[in-house]
Design a binder for this molecule. Structure first.
Ligand code: AMP
Length: 114
């Protein structure tokens, strides 16, 4: 299987501004930010999308959720607030088939999203 874009970032084959990494996941700045802070938190194991997650993925997905507060604190947006987004499939706006959590903050975000 060819590596996904985000696997190549994790393997340092494609450059990215990595802000957090551990054994299970990686967090880096989105190349086309939609907010002053726009990060992508990705599992190193390439789950294609959240709609394809299996029971065996529960541990890594739970782990990623617990990393968000630390990353948001480091980015200085824990108190001001932020949004986490997972796009899934064509109607969800997914463009990279390696599941990732968008972490957006640093400005007032609108609701509902477009
Ligand atoms: P999605 O549309 O939810 O699949 O999100 C994919 C995100 O990946 C988009 O916000 C892109 O801007 C971002 N992206 C694409 N290529 C790169 C890259 N090389 N480095 C960082 N972010 C990227």
């Amino acid at each position: 299987m060819e590596k996904t874009l985000f696997e190549k970032i994790a393997d340092r084959e494609i450059p990215a501004d990595i802000v957090y990494e551990d054994d299970l996941c990686l967090c880096f700045r989105d190349i086309s930010p939609e907010a002053p802070t726009h990060l992508l938190l990705v599992p190193k194991k390439p789950i294609p999308r959240i709609g394809a997650a299996q029971s065996e993925d529960a541990a890594v997905l739970g782990h990623m959720m617990t990393r968000i507060s630390d990353i948001a604190k480091t980015e200085g947006i824990l108190e001001s607030g932020f949004r986490v987004v997972i796009n899934n499939g064509p109607h969800g706006g997914e463009t990279v088939p390696h599941m990732h959590i968008h972490l957006l903050g640093g400005r007032q975000l609108l609701w509902p999203p477009g």
